[in-house]
Design a protein around this ligand. Structure first.
Ligand code: 2HA
Ligand code: ZN
Length: 269
């Protein structure tokens, strides 16, 4: 069977980036079994021939109407699929979907009828909002970074921007490369519309949010950008943890040192 990626280098490049990031998530220990999901908006890579492709699945409801998604195309990790398998065989463990004109349902068009991620409501709601804003953000990533999730089990860290300031203060790069910090989404059932709504709300102010006692959810210009922001936050969490394991509370950079980073890098906060 001919893959939709054949003869479409732009689409293949984006799917290859997803596979690369899926491998990083697995290697980091952030993607046990089928944990985590990735969705990218590939509409820019879609030509008339793809637009004319018939569906290879029934029509599925999204669960809500997302008015900016009409005619948009996404590559999504499949539900129940493993990140480590997505890394090696992206088109067997993910699929390209088309959003139908009612903006409330979708169908799979390639390469295999792999049903998309269980967190599709969160992912598509965020993509819908990015289109509304014209942000140019094309990727959403959800994963289970060990140290960050561990920190979400401490209520003291869950106040607004408590964790943001702590993580920024561990190493200068974190504020420079995750300049909006880490939002907090209180615990909600995985895959639920309540989780999607809370995520959407928190992502108004942040690029990365913590799903309490579960994982993180990031938006980015592309999948690498979303991964990088999670990666720098996770690095800071590891430094904090290592210091605590060595028996001391890390001093952290001072307010003045963090302000200097903001001034030099022209950061918003
Ligand atoms: O897709 O991580 O939150 C598996 C998950 C659900
Ligand atoms: Zn999860």
């Amino acid at each position: 069977m001919k893959s939709i990626l054949e003869g479409r280098p732009a689409l293949k490049r984006e799917v290859d980036k997803v596979a690369e990031v899926a491998g990083y998530l697995w290697q980091n220990g952030w993607a046990e079994r089928n944990g985590g999901n990735i969705t990218i908006n590939v509409t820019d890579c879609i030509d008339d021939e793809v637009r004319a492709l018939p569906a290879i699945s029934p029509v599925y409801p999204i669960g809500e109407a997302l008015p900016h998604l009409k005619g948009q195309y996404f590559f999504c990790k499949g539900t129940g699929k493993r990140m480590r398998d997505l890394a090696r065989w992206p088109m067997e463990n993910g699929s390209v979907i088309r959003i139908l004109d009612d903006c409330a349902s979708y169908e799979i068009i390639a390469d295999n009828p792999v049903a998309p991620t269980s967190e599709l409501p969160s992912h598509l709601a965020v993509h819908d909002r990015q289109l509304e804003l014209g942000s140019g953000y094309k990727a959403t990533v959800h994963t289970h970074p060990i140290e960050l999730v561990a920190m979400s089990h401490n209520r003291d860290f869950l106040g607004k921007d408590v964790l943001t300031r702590l993580l920024w203060s561990m190493i200068p790069e974190t504020k420079a490369f995750c300049p909006l910090g880490l939002g907090i989404v209180p615990y909600e059932l995985p895959g639920s519309n309540k989780l999607a709504q809370a995520t959407l709300h928190e992502l108004e102010d942040y690029d990365v949010v913590m799903w309490e006692k579960h994982g993180v959810f990031a938006k980015g210009q592309d999948v690498m950008d979303a991964f990088d922001q999670i990666d720098v936050l996770s690095k800071s969490a590891k430094i904090y943890l290592d210091a605590r394991c060595m028996g001391f509370v890390p001093e952290g950079m001072t307010q003045a040192q963090m302000q200097e980073i903001s001034d030099v890098f022209h950061l918003p906060k």
